[in-house]
Design a protein around this ligand. Structure first.
Ligand code: HEM
Ligand SMILES: *[C@@H]1O[C@H](CO)[C@@H](O)[C@H](O)[C@H]1NC(C)=O
Ligand SMILES: *[C@@H]1O[C@H](CO)[C@@H](O)[C@H](O)[C@H]1NC(C)=O
Ligand SMILES: *[C@@H]1O[C@H](CO)[C@@H](O)[C@H](O)[C@H]1NC(C)=O
Ligand SMILES: *[C@@H]1O[C@H](CO)[C@@H](O)[C@H](O)[C@H]1NC(C)=O
Ligand SMILES: *[C@@H]1O[C@H](CO)[C@@H](O)[C@H](O)[C@H]1NC(C)=O
Length: 320
């Protein structure tokens, strides 16, 4: 009897969680209203990717910054206005890019089915498509666009490269993502680049005595010192996954285990037994791709606006 009650109760809770997490996102939301929507997103994304190999990195980071601030509502795409500084002009915006691609797709979709497809869905779909099925993840649709974008909220909600494991866990937990999601999604740093000033304290002045971070591989530190000009070098970038920064693979984890994670936030994943165990699991590429796909799906469902909430923007950079 007790068992049965427990089962029913947990089913109710499970359904409730399912609803609140995925919202009313569903597969192929535009099937009737704009049947070619997903194909158009894919085609235009791939056109751009073919001439810009760095685009997958740009789009996934844009999507991540969107989802962590007010949910995946395309708030990151909005421009600042006279009275308001938008998310994209906040400090953690360094190197955010790919806005033009989303706007290009939006234009094509507005021509085909005006007022139907949200910028939030376009960004989510285009991010997945940019990876050319490696790894592939399911994207549910039906997100609507937000009308608010504030730089201060980006500062509060976006993890910083100098954060420790406690801070990172908290920021992910605020979005109902787990430690496992944190370690898995950090694997996105297998592509893309980082600016020197975001990690150069680890090279030149770690404790204020002109020293180096002892948790950073000394050989790698020497290599980084040949690239970065000093503590305030804000212009030089280095590949986060050396020599493989446009290939989405699982290099991130073996490289991390050699103490060659670029940021303090990467190195932080090795500082607790629990997170280190997850790192060790993800050294297997199949495992990483499977887990990454699942975590991306969860990230894409953070605090989404659905139903009659929000709006369908006509242009992604401004509210209607
Ligand atoms: C765990 C906390 C995270 C921190 C502290 C963090 C921090 C950073 C920083 C500081 C940069 C360098 C920006 C620059 O110098 O231009 C960066 C780049 C990047 N991040 Fe993260 N990130 C985190 C999680 C994620 C997640 C969850 C994703 C995606 C799923 C992601 C994807 C990327 C990509 C692809 C780049 C390269 C961008 C480019 O090449 O322009 N990061 N991240
Ligand atoms: C997308 O690209 C494929 C292959 O190039 C093409 O056959 C198809 O017609 C395109 N679809 C749209 C909607 O543009
Ligand atoms: C980042 O913000 C600064 C202002 O804080 C702005 O000048 C710059 O254009 C922004 N970068 C992007 C990619 O939007
Ligand atoms: C993480 O940083 C916070 C804020 O600086 C600090 O209070 C906390 O003790 C740090 N935790 C760890 C595990 O280093
Ligand atoms: C290193 O950090 C210390 C303490 O914060 C500071 O006084 C010193 O000026 C820094 N050195 C450089 C080269 O910036
Ligand atoms: C990256 O490539 C350069 C030039 O080919 C080589 O000297 C360097 O050792 C490589 N680095 C790694 C980490 O493989």
């Amino acid at each position: 009897m007790k068992m049965r009650f427990f089962l029913v109760a947990s089913m109710v809770i499970f359904c409730f969680l399912g609803i609140s997490e995925g919202g009313s996102l569903r597969k192929n939301f535009y099937k009737k209203s704009c049947p070619q929507a997903e194909e158009i997103v894919k085609n235009i994304t791939l056109q751009h990717v073919s001439s810009r190999p760095e685009l997958p990195a740009k789009l996934i980071r844009l999507h991540f910054h969107d989802c962590f601030v007010r949910g995946c509502d395309a708030s990151v795409l909005l421009e600042s206005t006279a009275g308001n500084t938008a998310e994209k002009d906040a400090i953690p915006n360094l190197s955010l890019a790919g806005f033009d691609v989303i706007e290009d797709i939006k234009e094509a979709l507005e021509e085909k089915c005006p007022g139907i497809v949200s910028c939030a869905d376009i960004l989510t779909l285009a991010t997945r498509d940019a990876f050319k099925n490696k790894p592939n993840w399911e994207v549910l649709t039906g997100r609507r666009d937000g009308t608010v974008s504030r730089s201060i909220e980006a500062l509060i909600n976006i993890p910083a490269p100098f954060h420790n494991i406690t801070q990172l866990r908290q920021i992910f937990a605020n979005k109902k993502l787990t430690l496992h999601d944190l370690v898995v999604l950090s694997g996105a740093h297998t592509i893309g680049v980082g600016h020197c000033n975001l990690f150069s304290n680890r090279l030149f002045n770690f404790t204020g005595k002109g020293d180096q971070d002892p948790s950073l591989n000394p050989t790698y530190a020497n290599f980084l010192k040949t690239k970065c000009q000093g503590l305030s070098d804000t212009t030089t970038t280095v590949e986060m996954d050396p020599n493989s920064s446009t290939t989405f693979d699982n290099d991130y984890y073996p490289v991390l285990l050699q103490n060659k994670g670029l940021f303090t936030s990467d190195a932080a994943l090795l500082t607790t037994k629990q997170s280190r165990n997850i790192v060790n699991e993800l050294v297997s590429q199949n495992k990483f791709f499977t887990e990454f796909s699942q975590s991306m799906k969860r990230m894409g469902a953070i605090e989404v606006l659905t139903g009659s909430n929000g709006e369908i923007r006509r242009k992604c950079s401004v509210v209607n």
